[in-house]
Design a protein around this ligand. Sequence first.
Ligand code: SF4
Ligand code: MG
Length: 297
Amino acid sequence: MAAPAAAPPQKTMKDWQTTTASWWCPGCGDFGVLAALQRALAQLGYENHEVTIVSGIGCSGKLSGYIKSYSYHSLHGRALPPAQAMKLVNRDQKVIVVGGDGDGFGIGAGHFIHAVRRNVDLTYIVMDNAIYGLTKGQASPTTPTGMVTSTTPDGPIEVPVNPLALYLASGGTYLAQGYSGDQKMLVNLFEGAIEHEGFALVNTFSPCVTFNKLLTYQWYRDHLVTIDGQKVPHDPTNKQAAMARVLDGQTYQGLIYQEKGRKPADKAIKAVANAPSPLVKLDLGAPNYAPILENYR
Ligand code: SF4
Ligand code: MG
């Protein structure tokens, strides 16, 4: 009698590492985000070729080069449009978008709102350090009012963008907030977001040790409130309760909102949902450019 086939070896985060030298400053919070994402992908059992990481521009954007998967390093604030296209033409691919607070909530804010309400099945991880790190410490959309930066010697006069409220108001279906210094929680939140069907946001506090001297690891240790269901009871299926949480002035980590059952775009758009295979695999025939070129002779 033949011996039963051996189970494939369990993946580890090492299976998701590359040999690319890191560009990040020692101690940067982005290391913790990268490690948590690699752990989550390993634990969920994905194969490397099943995942695409799309990044914007900024220190956070470097992450797409440090993970062993397909990757696309896009333009500043423009990671979401190509990521949506990738998902819609290849619905079998797990597409994860990474970027920063300036990238996603400044120049990319318009793309963010419309991608959320379109509910394309993507995971969006924003590494929120409340500063522009790559360009040396300018105020970003999430910099607290009054925090001194290289462009605001007296601090910004603006109130910071509240990305969690913006996400809920735009119709988002999976909202979590994490912190790169709490790996266990962050891995859980990333796993939940990756497995969620629809546009999931994990806003992730990722301290910039070089340019943000206010929102440090110590600050998060002192101020972050964990939604744990006991000390901080919360019903993540209740949208009004979620909105109240994100507007109450506290800084939370945990799952804030999840709505199940709403069709993601690749199931709601009939041409995509009813196609016999992902669009990228359909034989559309060789394009005939001759009539177009004829006009330019
Ligand atoms: Fe990280 Fe800040 Fe250094 Fe950029 S500048 S790599 S965000 S610590
Ligand atoms: Mg930033």
